[in-house]
Design a protein around this ligand. Structure first.
Ligand code: GAR
Length: 223
């Protein structure tokens, strides 16, 4: 009998509430996600995500960018913390900071982010307000590989919700985030299980180049 390969080591970067982190913790506990959650790193102290990590028995570290005058030193500390934790995959989950290009390049093809829009629409902040103001019919969230340009890496999996006349920023955020808790663990499982890979400078799914993200509509099962 051959031994089962160890689950890939994941380090999750957070800045806030950590509900996506919680979805990953729950998916690992439920056997739906084969990752070893090796550490959580926050760029600010006292956030709920750190409590969630500790409650799940995951090591948690803070690099407090706000109180340090030296951004480059914080970036270096973050790089060193990641190197020490030796992740196979780096997972940005509500991490609200632009990483240095060298660090992103180091983890290229094994760094993921979730962004609350149907990229390439609405990179950056305030996506719910902007989507409503633009009169969009659809909004959603995207899991994508990270490249140095902001919110621009190849998209892997998107969750799409139809905007209704009754939607506010809050209702839209609630619906979209419920979708994130489905698609992010699933995309990570595709990667952990070898279905999704970075090859020849781009994403591949099930042995073929992935030219466009898989799209899941609200209310439909995630493949
Ligand atoms: C998530 O909804 C994620 O899409 C968004 O922050 C939220 C964090 O929530 N990320 C970004 O805006 C990144 N550009 P969480 O901390 O509760 O997971």
């Amino acid at each position: 009998m051959t031994a089962r390969p160890a689950a890939p080591r994941a380090v999750v970067l957070v800045s806030g509430g950590g509900t996506n982190l919680q979805a990953m913790i729950d998916a690992v506990a439920g056997g739906e996600l084969s990752l070893q959650l090796a550490g959580v790193v926050s760029d600010r102290p006292g956030v709920r995500a750190l409590d969630r990590a500790r409650a799940a028995g995951i090591g948690a570290w803070t690099i407090d960018y706000r109180t340090s005058p030296d951004r480059a030193a914080c970036d270096a500390q973050l790089g060193a913390t990641l190197a020490r934790l030796a992740p196979d995959v780096v997972v940005l989950a509500g991490f609200m900071r632009i990483l240095p290009a060298a660090l992103v390049d180091h983890y290229r093809g094994r760094m993921f982010n979730v962004h609350p829009s149907l990229l390439p629409k609405f990179p950056g902040l305030d996506t719910y307000r902007r989507a409503l103001a633009a009169g969009e019919r659809w909004h959603g969230s995207t899991v994508h590989f990270v490249i140095p340009a902001l919110d621009a890496g190849p998209a892997v999996l998107q969750y799409r919700v139809a905007i209704t006349g009754d939607d506010t920023e809050d209702t839209l955020r609630g619906r979209v985030q419920r979708g994130e808790y489905l698609i992010y663990p699933r995309a990570l499982q595709w990667f952990a299980g070898g279905r999704l890979a970075w090859r020849d400078g781009g994403p591949w799914l099930d042995g073929a180049p992935l030219g466009a993200p898989v799209v899941v509509d609200e209310g439909h099962p995630v493949p």
